[in-house]
Design a protein around this ligand. Sequence first.
Ligand code: NAD
Ligand code: GLY
Length: 351
Amino acid sequence: MRRLEVKASRSYEVLIGEGILEEAGARLKEVASPKKTAIITDDRVRELYGDIVEKSLRDAGFETENYVFKNGEASKTMETLWDILEFLAKKGLTRSDMVIALGGGVPGDVAGFAAASYQRGIKFMQIPTTFLAAIDSSVGGKTGVDLKAGKNLAGAFWQPSLVLCDHRTLDTLPDVTFSDGVAEGIKYGILSSESLFESFETGGFRENMEETIFECVSIKKRLVAEDERDNGRRQLLNLGHTFGHAIEKLSSFEITHGHAVAAGTAIAARVAKKLGLTGDGEVLRIRECLEKNNLPTGTDMELKDIAEAALSDKKRRGDRITLILPEAIGSCRLYPVDKSELPGLLEGCLR
Ligand code: NAD
Ligand code: GLY
């Protein structure tokens, strides 16, 4: 088992290993003593792992309640959030109780937001079951829901009290969901570690998933510790996301988050090349790495639509939007541009 400490407004541990799901109750007992726990998950994850987690919590002496919603991004809404809040109130959870987000990024984000807002904030624990959630969404305290205008437009920074990652759960992921996580893993490589990137080029990352997750989370935790509220260097973690969120939204979420981020990353690399920040070699390596992992490297959507949708990104401040652009494999930079420059920059870069 690997263990990491995330230092933020609330500091907490991330435990990564096989069999941790069965230990959820005992592990929770080490950090908190809620009377009641509310497991928030989606229908697919409930069927696969709900009973294991529930049994573990009950065996450790916790009362458990279950809230289950339909799996998929379409559930990451104010309506689901509202329903969860009503559920927590109906079940009588108090400020000393605990919300447990079980599943991928969707249960994690919406349950986290419910925990942040219920009674002005109760504690929560993350149990990620997708590769994406294991290496990204379960750590760092970003919680939220989508609005009609765009992704993640309502939310809160609310750190979990504990993250338990049992990477055996990744064995049941459909290929397309697994590769969503690969897109975020490649992102970490481009941001901060050429050797990690190479492991995605060669497929070597699969040989030791515990280590791969550990390495990705180590990169994220450094940026979170430096800039918890996302006003500076943490924004680097959004490589591929400005264009990715636009693609995801324009596809009405038919294109999954990770696949959209992959396309957004390749687009960002081409924009960086156009600006003279990086070279042909880097653009090609990024493209080939994404292709090897069955991920898209661009979009056929209209440029004006992408540019317009990208402007609803949270990284926009007034008329400026900060792009994250690769300079080398292992190094990226923040690059603020005026919103009027965006269509021109994207010209010739979408595919
Ligand atoms: P998801 O939670 O919708 O999971 C994808 C699918 O996999 C769902 O159908 C789910 O039921 C299924 N699933 C989950 N675990 C499974 C398992 N072990 N076996 C079989 N099926 C399983 O989506 P995701 O890709 O995990 O997360 C995407 C979301 O995360 C997006 O909304 C994105 O905005 C968000 N996100 C948040 C952050 C953050 O920092 N908060 C970071 C990155 C992404
Ligand atoms: N996934 C981006 C962040 O956590 O900042």
